[in-house]
Structure formats: C-alpha cells, structure tokens
Design a protein around this ligand. Structure first.
Ligand SMILES: O=C(O)CCC(=O)C(=O)O
Length: 229
C-alpha cells in the first residue's frame, strides 16, 4: 500500500505526502475521539492525547505509521509526541516558520506525521513547507514574546527555498523531517480545521536538549527478533 517509491524524494525534499492511506471510517473514529478530548480540554493544541486514549493509541500503532517509520527513520521506533490541533473557522493564528527540532533536538533527526481530520486545505490553516530546507540543519529558534510560540527567528523572514502550500485529502499524511521548515496559516474558511500529529524517533535516537518529561518516549515499533530455537 505504501510502496518505497512514495518515499523516493524524502531525503531530498525533507517531506512526503502519502496517497490516501486511511479510510474515511478510520479517520472518523480518530476525529470523534479527538473532538471528545478537545471538548474536555479546549485550547488549540492538546498534547499527549494518545497516552490516555486506547483508540488513539491503537491508531498511532497503525501499520501505516510502522511503514512510514521503516522507510524514514528505521523499523525500531518510539512515539515521542502526539497532538490534536485545532483552528476554528475564520480564526486561529499563523504558526510561523519553524522546524519541529526547534522544540527538541535529536541525533539523528526524527519525523512528524500530520494528517487532517476535517479539511486538509491549506486555506483552512493547513501546512506550508519549504522543500529541501532540512539541509540547513538545526536552526536556533526564538520564542515570540507575543504568542510564546517557538519559531525560526530571522530565518523565517527569508525562507531560503520556494515554499508551497499542501492541499490534502482526508486519509493522506504528510511526513516531515524534523529539520524541515514549515508553517500553518490562519483558517480562512468556514470549516473548523482539526488535525492530528504524531512524532516518531528511532529507538537509539539521542535527545540533545530534552526538556520533556521522562515518560514522553514510548517504544512502539520493533523489528521482529529472531526467535530462539
Ligand atoms: O497544525 C498546525 O497548525 C501546526 C502544526 C505544526 O506545524 C506543528 O505542530 O509543528
């Protein structure tokens, strides 16, 4: 279903958009859980949601994510963050250009998988990417005093690569290298934008400036070990 050719440009571009890999009913189950959690917590982002929700935890263990990990960071991979992200219709603010490694640097890099649960249109606050920008390596991020978001500081004023919006269908996934510059805009449509994101790191990845809680890392995919005879 996810052939190696889907990932052929990942090393060069720092991202790939998969074909539709989740059915509508799979997306609806995830969406329902995310809406239920959001109704309780509010806020534009809910982190750690899969750790306390069996259906979301099943979802992050899906064969699709296993395949994505195998093709990008290796078949032994840990989940280390996941979030529900919401931008209300005609609302939400821009999340400026940033690298996900700006929130936590690792060696080697990790990946983030982002997927729409309501609409994947860039105009609805969807993703923009700067293809190939991951080759810049980790950029020092700055915390905006106004919004407290971490962003790529002066680099975000002069994005070195041509940037492009991604319009996604439900069931598609964007896989981002942790050093790829990306952003999302405000939601300019009448549809509430709900998305899900999960980050995976190779099992032997080192966290260089890890301010995250000790239990943030969950071993999730392991290549089959040879059974003792
Ligand atoms: O979904 C969003 O608006 C932001 C996603 C993103 O870029 C991030 O969480 O790093």
């Amino acid at each position: 279903m996810l052939s190696a050719s889907v990932f052929a440009t990942f090393a060069e571009d720092g991202y790939v958009v998969t074909p539709v890999v989740f059915s509508r009913s799979e997306i609806l189950v995830v969406r329902k859980e995310c809406e239920r959690i959001r109704a309780r917590t509010g806020g534009w982002i809910v982190l750690g949601a899969a750790r306390e929700n069996a259906r979301l935890f099943e979802f992050v263990k899906h064969d699709v994510f296993q395949r994505i990990c195998t093709m990008t960071i290796g078949s032994d991979a840990d989940l280390f963050f996941e979030g529900i992200l919401h931008k209300p219709s005609r609302g939400g603010r821009e999340l400026r250009w940033h690298q996900d490694s700006g929130y936590g640097r690792t060696d080697p890099s990790f990946i983030s998988c982002w997927l729409p649960l309501s609409t994947g249109s860039a105009a609805a606050g969807g993703l923009w990417v700067a293809p190939g920008s991951h080759v810049l390596g980790p950029i020092k991020h700055t915390r905006s005093p106004a919004t407290s978001e971490q962003y790529a500081g002066p680099v975000s004023e002069t994005i070195p690569a041509p940037s492009r919006p991604l319009d996604l269908a439900l069931g598609q996934v964007v896989v981002l290298h942790s050093e790829l510059l990306h952003r999302t805009g405000p939601n300019e449509t009448d549809i509430d934008r709900l998305s899900f994101q999960c980050g995976f790191a190779g099992a032997s990845t080192r966290f260089l400036d890890d301010g995250l809680p000790a239990d943030h890392r969950v071993p999730i995919f392991r290549s089959p070990t040879e059974s003792a005879v």
